[in-house]
Design a protein around this ligand. Structure first.
Ligand SMILES: Cc1cc2nc3c(=O)[nH]c(=O)nc-3n(C[C@H](O)[C@H](O)[C@H](O)COP(=O)(O)O)c2cc1C
Ligand SMILES: [Mn+2]
Length: 511
């Protein structure tokens, strides 16, 4: 691993000829980010009951916070460690996970991600004996999940959550497709774990399909997992598509799987801690609430299905991945989610075939990238901006939750909020340029909708912050530098006493 360089992998994208990422599992990825100065180890004893989350929250109030490896958990009998802020608001840790150059700009990272996400590579099968997750295998009464340090995050949380930064595998009985989703999991007892899937999620659709046949639903969940599987578990793909193949594409090699003990699903061979079990029809217990990505507690406490755990696999001193849900920049659903969602919005618009779209960004400060989407475009005809706005608002990647859809011209960088606010303040005339969509796809977790019974329905504002097309010829010129003068000043940058390289404008004055 030492010899491997971090490569720019965009060039190989679009084909399945891929350079694999420079890590094999979570531990190797941690080594990689530590070498880049992006990890902090905390060896002092920390309590998983609110204290760990409080430290993680305070440490992540700044965007450049490192990943946090808590090495000693109070009262822990398992030797487990907890990794928090694995990706958080770090574009660099995201880049190191998918093998992109961490110095790329956000816009460049989105473009490269688009290419990587088109690739599909099937999983590879590993013998049980060669799977690191099988260092310890427990069945039946030997299982006691309460020995692991499951955090309680917020004061009002309804329990200890062993699964937040997790992945959950289920199989669809009709198609055989294995789904990978990230769904929260509350610890009820030594062999019982609550699983909350909200309506429409593939884990719930699979579960209902098994139950409709009068059969229990097999489940595999990993509570310590590499960043790529974690990130893809939270992306929406087609109901027939397996996130395992997309993860393989992103990593440039197939996901390593091995045989389970008690279920027919495979288990991730390089994971840290894995459970197998069954969801039985009618078996539920009160679950929640949990402090959510919105910065508020989500649903009220209510009965949810329970996984009866039949086998546990783990490495010695497993590293559990815990995802703090909080306001940006403290939320684990941060930079990576914004980048991947933006890449998928661009992909959707491209597939629809609308011309002139240049960039997109779903800023993570807008409730983990769900609240707002900015699309930049080159206006080519009357009504073009209105068309891009309407299509962006309802394309599959952007439709859920998003309240603010903003179109800006191509000279405005959607990833730069300063630029976007400039466009909103100088090119948008609210009396002319706003439209509202009502009764749109949203979530019960949006606290702004009243009465609460209305909550799954949302609304959206389409904001045209492009130059008014009908006046585009008279619209004043933006103040831009003359290129020859810029080049003279740039050449004198160090002579004048400035450090580093001068900013590079994307456009210059035109006579
Ligand atoms: C840290 C984290 C926690 C999440 N918790 C839940 C949850 O408890 N329930 C849920 O339905 N979705 C949850 N999600 C969102 C789902 O993972 C996401 O909608 C994903 O698309 C689900 O996979 P699916 O599309 O295959 O159903 C969470 C996402 C993340 C990143
Ligand atoms: Mn899915």
């Amino acid at each position: 691993m030492e010899e491997q360089s971090i490569e720019q992998r965009g060039a190989a994208a679009g084909s399945n000829q891929a350079t694999p990422v420079a890590w094999k599992d979570l531990r190797e990825w941690i080594t990689l980010v530590e070498r880049e100065g992006l990890l902090k180890r905390i060896d002092k004893t920390v309590d998983a009951d609110e204290e760990l989350a409080a430290i993680a929250y305070l440490a992540t109030r700044r965007e450049d916070a490192p990943a946090l490896l808590f090495e000693t958990i109070a009262g822990d009998r398992s030797g487990a460690r907890i990794l928090a802020n694995m990706l958080g608001s770090s574009k660099e840790r995201y880049a190191l996970a998918v093998g992109l150059d961490p110095t790329l700009s956000t816009a460049e990272t989105i473009a490269a991600t688009r290419d990587l996400m088109q690739r599909r590579i099937k999983p590879v099968q590993v013998a049980k004996a060669d799977a690191p997750v099988n260092e310890v295998v427990l069945r039946g009464d030997a299982i006691d999940l309460t020995q692991f340090p499951a955090p309680k995050f917020w004061p009002g949380d309804g329990g200890r959550y062993i699964g937040t930064g997790d992945i959950t595998l289920t199989r669809n009985p009709d198609t055989g497709r294995i789904n990978v989703g990230c769904y929260r999991q509350m610890l009820h007892g030594p062999r019982r774990v609550g699983l909350y899937c909200s309506p429409g999620k593939h884990g719930l659709i699979d579960r209902e399909a098994w139950w409709a046949r009068g059969k229990p639903c097999e489940v595999v969940a990993a509570y310590g997992i590499d960043p790529v599987l974690f990130m893809l578990a939270a992306q929406v793909f087609g109901i027939k598509e397996s996130e395992l193949d997309v993860a393989g594409g992103l990593m440039g090699r197939g996901v390593a799987l091995t045989e389970a003990e008690t279920v027919s699903l495979p288990i991730p061979a390089n994971a840290e801690l894995v459970i197998e079990g069954f969801l039985h029809p009618g078996d539920s217990e009160d679950e929640g609430p949990l402090g959510e990505f919105t910065g508020y507690y989500g649903r009220e406490r209510a009965p949810q299905p329970v996984i009866e755990v039949t086998a546990v696999h783990h490495r010695r001193s497993p590293i559990l991945t815990a995802a703090l849900m909080a306001k940006y920049p403290s939320c684990e659903i941060g930079a990576y989610y914004a980048i991947m969602r933006s890449a998928r919005i661009l992909e959707d618009l491209d597939r629809i075939g609308v011309s002139g779209v240049v960039g997109a960004y779903a800023h993570p400060a807008a409730a983990s990238g769900w609240g707002m989407a900015v699309v930049s475009m080159q206006q080519q005809y009357a009504g073009h901006a209105a068309q891009v706005l309407a299509l962006s608002a309802q394309c599959p990647a952007a439709a859920y939750y998003t309240k603010w859809i903003i179109a800006v011209d191509e000279d405005v960088d959607p990833t730069d909020l300063n630029d976007v606010l400039w466009a909103l303040s100088t090119r948008c005339h609210p009396a002319e340029d706003l439209d509202i969509l009502r009764n749109t796809w949203s979530t019960g977790l949006d606290p702004s909708q009243y009465p609460p019974e209305r909550r799954p329905y949302g609304s959206k504002v389409l904001i045209n912050a492009c130059k008014p097309h009908q006046h585009i010829k008279q619209f004043p010129q933006a103040t831009l530098l003359r290129q020859s003068v810029y080049e003279r000043a740039a050449a004198r940058w160090h002579e004048l006493g400035f450090e580093g390289s001068p900013p590079k404008p994307t456009a210059f004055h035109k006579e």
